[in-house]
Design a binder for this molecule. Structure first.
Ligand code: 13P
Length: 251
């Protein structure tokens, strides 16, 4: 049985004070929940304060991105050592917004994954197709390219540490959620791909989250699908009540 994870990707939202206020409300609303993993991924500037605010709670901390080097002349970048230093256990890698606006490629995603693992950070690898790709029947080819590219050179032991988030780009921030049937069958395809690259025992252990307009109203139907092991939530994770309702839908 795979343990569910409900993760909030705050994207470029929340000042430090707003972020601390959000996790305080969230921990109050969810403090007796231990049967699933609750994760928040604030902006870099809020990580340290949020890390302090969630001490002693069941909320875990992740970053939204990182560079692959530990230190050096890389103006504007943040290293795996630095996010670990402020208490991150997880890191989102290869979000579609990073790929689209900041030029991330399969190669940079692969380097970041490798680096994260070498610092014992648990990466959440994001993959997903664009609307035109879904409509032209290219979804499986696109996902396969992303999976094979991202996981190039990984052993089964390394793969076991990685969480995958399937985020169809047409469903992100659009209010258009993939139906539970589409999400589940696509996530089954991803799991089968992991089985063919590694082995089926490992594929059965890997957590695959769904992301794309997850809301309190649709969370239960999505989270009850066999191949959906949690949610990566954007907009609705910025509101403590809404995010708590999504978490409760996973109980
Ligand atoms: P929304 O929930 O706002 O659609 O964002 C999803 C997402 O991109 C999470 O990483």
């Amino acid at each position: 049985m795979r343990r569910l994870m409900i993760a909030g990707n705050w994207k470029m939202n929340k000042t430090v004070a707003e972020g601390v206020d959000l996790v305080r409300k969230l921990s109050y609303a969810t403090n007796n929940i231990t049967s699933l993993d609750i994760l928040v991924c604030p902006t870099f500037t809020a990580l340290k304060s949020v890390s302090e605010a969630i001490k002693g709670t069941n909320i875990k901390l992740g970053a939204q991105n990182m560079f692959w080097e530990e230190s050096g002349a890389y103006t504007g970048e943040i290293s795996p050592l630095m996010i670990k230093d402020v208490g991150c256990e997880y890191v989102i890698i290869g979000h579609s917004e990073r790929r689209e606006y900041f030029g991330e490629t399969e190669e940079t995603v692969n380097k970041k994954l490798k680096s994260a693992l070498s610092y014992s950070l648990k990466p959440i690898l994001c993959i997903g197709e664009k609307l035109a790709e879904r409509e032209s029947g290219a979804t499986e080819r696109v996902l396969e390219t992303q999976i094979v590219g991202a996981l190039d050179g990984f052993s089964a032991v390394e793969m076991e540490q990685i969480i995958i988030a399937y985020e169809p780009i047409w469903a992100i921030g659009t209010g258009k959620t993939a139906t539970p049937e589409i999400a589940d069958s696509t996530q089954k395809f991803i799991r089968d791909k992991i089985a063919s690259i590694f082995n089926s025992q490992l594929a059965n252990k890997i957590r695959i989250l769904y992301g794309g307009s997850v809301k309190p109203e649709n969370a239960k139907d999505l989270l009850s699908c066999e191949n959906i092991d949690g949610a990566l939530v954007g907009g609705a994770s910025l509101d403590a009540d809404k995010f708590a309702k999504i978490i409760e839908a996973g109980l």
